[in-house]
Design a protein around this ligand. Sequence first.
Ligand code: BES
Ligand code: MN
Ligand code: ZN
Length: 518
Amino acid sequence: MELTKLIVTEKKAEQFSGDLLVYCVEQIKKNKALKCNNPMVQSWLEQLGSMGEFSGKEGECLLLYPQVDRKGTDVPGFFSAKRLLLLGLGELEEKGVDELRERCRQAGGVVAQQAAKVKAVKLMICLPESIGLRAKAVAECFSEGVLLGDYRFLKYKKKDPKGETYLGLVEIRLGVLAATDAIHKGARQGQIAAFAGREARNMANEPGNGWTPSHFAAHARMLAKKYSLKCTVLEKDDMERLGMGGILAVNQGSTEPPRMVILDYRPINASQILLVVGKGLTFDSGGISLKPATGMEEMKYDMCGGAAVMGLMQAIGEERPDLRVIAIVPSTDNMAGGAALKPGDIITHYNGLTSEIVNTDAEGRLILADALAYGVEKFKPDYVVDLATLTGAVIVGLGHHRTGVLGNSDELVGRLLAAGERCAEPLWRLPLGKEYTKQIESQVADIKNTGGKSAGTITAAAYLEKFVGETPWAHLDIAGTAWEFTEKSYIPKGPSGTGVRTLLELVRRWKMEEKKEG
Ligand code: BES
Ligand code: MN
Ligand code: ZN
């Protein structure tokens, strides 16, 4: 994992001498007062409030310079930090757990933004107390927010020789009254989730010529080595031998060979198996059904499902849950070379189903179909979840604010909806059904790869449904949320890393759900 150090500390914040010390301020509705857990700050708040300088509303920031105020003379008990940030949390009374968690995450994101503004590298946040959320969750969500907010992708920028470019936080201290095991665990969980999300963003930010199927394979091998996972990479000739006609068809127009990357986390005491499949399309030109030029560069993000799955496996490697988790990323680009797949062609998938290609731009389902059919047959999972930037139609329906979810299992979809709500990656379910499946019937093959103009997200999922058999399965269409996701403090412009935290939350809650059933 990366370098930012995260430390839980009981040490007095007054003695912290780093770049930025953060105090959170809560608005109390009843008596219109402001609340902060430091007596000195509390005494300032009344004055600041009456001067109208600071109201404590959500996201409000006030930067103070205690060092300048005390003019170099040492005042005992006064703040040693270079800067003091008062950060409004807004009203928190009568808020639900999910909402409070999100407040903390967003507050963490604002801290990262403010830190960047003043180029702070050493930071301390005094965590708010008694806000109706367990101290563990406060630590988790603040860490998550600040670390997700403290993200930048500078790999392709010119190095500045003077070293003036701000590279982000180096040390984050979380100030608490009592550094319990639970708080340590919370902070660690937040860190794991954030680093996994940042890793997914890094992959997504790479251009089509910087992240190819072979990069997915190399990354998976690295993870496998680091976390003792089993890594298998299917090469083009393996796919030919296995009859994976979908991914091979999409790859036909490319000079870059395809890969199917499999990572298997197998703990000794696992009773169930979760299979996750992510669309790893490293660039989608549309193929012969070429996309318009405007905005085509965004199709380097068409591998965000695969990136999310890789991020998840990193988090799993760190956390080592009692659940077997297997990840598959089918990966290729979709190009229009001379040998490319053509509209009208008929292909045969891994499970023997034939498909008439109506539009070569509906390629995601072709590579996912082989991966799903192969994964279900080979590993016999208890549950399957796939993630894909699959359809523009999901953006028409849900915009950039919710991921579309579809599936054959109310239970699995329900778990995903709850997990998404908990980590503020909200999902919305769309239906499946025979009327939609009928739209992908073909005159000449078993199915066809588009279902016409209407219900594009659903007919795409109806296609995938043909490849999971009876296995409980859910599909997340992240085309609207993988980038341009609802703008907020801890989600910068560009790829969001969506899906990583939802899946991680799903895994974290597994034990609890298993107990409910049994
Ligand atoms: N990768 C795209 C989906 C997409 C579109 C993601 C816009 C993000 C933003 C996918 O491969 C695709 O091209 N889908 C087509 C399907 C159609 C041809 C049936 C689409 O949505 O237009
Ligand atoms: Mn496409
Ligand atoms: Zn695509």
